[in-house]
Design a protein around this ligand. Structure first.
Ligand SMILES: [Zn+2]
Length: 262
């Protein structure tokens, strides 16, 4: 809630309705500012007013938002993220346009489920090597132990090493930890696609999942943390090596990245 209050105080200040400190605490001046906004009902609790103010400023900034009712909905959370970006950088985040992602393929990854794919990678689960990570990861399931190695297909190993070294150089260990880029949810796993009959890309050890808990399979960019602006660099590092993010391309399964095109 404190983060929401801070954002709202900044927005109120910018609108000339608040001239006190940005301290994340609702005091009498924050309440006075809420009272000056007609759309915010005087009978609401402080927290509901904060949510209502986010919805109000979302509408003012032309964002798509439902009713200004003070309830925290997915569209309110999305508005919170977009308005935070606006206050931090001075501009709105770019809209999601997968067609703008530069489609490079320096390693000639094949298209998934194609004859070229079978020729390139062979049978699922037959060809694996061990890769050592340049920084320790933590498994996202109990007992959440540290992992420094995993199994992958030999054809993706060097590319994967280059990517993780680049991630380390770009973000550094602290940011990797803060953003959950070291929350490892698996690579090789011979199994069928959830709800389907085809082999998952994990069956060849050419796909990795990260931070599964905050990037659930059916979550879109309104909920998945890997859709946030601070992860754009992360995805660009993968994409520069030709890897594909289902989140960036299809807006689901944001945990997943694979060395195969769609
Ligand atoms: Zn996956």
């Amino acid at each position: 809630m404190k983060k929401r209050i801070i954002l709202v105080q900044k927005l109120l200040k910018q609108a000339g309705l608040y001239n006190d400190s940005i301290d994340g605490i609702i005091g009498k001046n924050s309440r006075k500012a809420f009272a000056a906004i007609n759309e915010i009902d005087a009978s609401w609790s402080d927290n509901r007013k904060v949510n209502g103010a986010i919805q109000y400023f979302a509408k003012k900034n032309g964002l798509e938002i439902g009713p200004i009712d003070g309830w925290w909905r997915p569209d309110t959370e999305d508005a919170f993220n977009q308005l935070s970006h606006l206050m931090d950088t001075g501009s709105m985040p770019k809209p999601w346009r997968p067609e703008d992602i530069e489609d490079v393929n320096p390693n000639n990854w094949p298209r998934q489920y194609s004859p070229e794919f079978d020729a390139f990678y062979g049978a699922p689960g037959e060809n694996l090597v061990t890769i050592t990570f340049p920084y320790a990861m933590k498994l996202t399931w109990p007992p959440y132990q540290k992992v420094t190695r995993t199994s992958c297909h030999p054809k993706v190993k060097e590319s994967l090493e280059r990517i993780l070294v680049k991630v380390l150089d770009t973000y550094g260990l602290d940011a990797i930890g803060e953003l959950g880029l070291d929350k490892f949810s698996g690579c090789f796993n011979k199994r069928q696609v959830r709800g389907g009959t085809k082999w998952s890309m994990h069956s060849w050890g050419i796909a990795l999942d990260f931070d599964q808990g905050r990037n659930k399979l059916d979550w879109g960019r309104d909920r998945a943390v890997f859709a946030k602006p601070e992860y754009v660099k992360w995805w660009e590092i993968w994409e520069a090596e030709g890897w594909l993010s289902l989140g960036r391309q299809r807006n689901f399964d944001w945990m997943h990245v694979q060395a195969a095109k769609l």
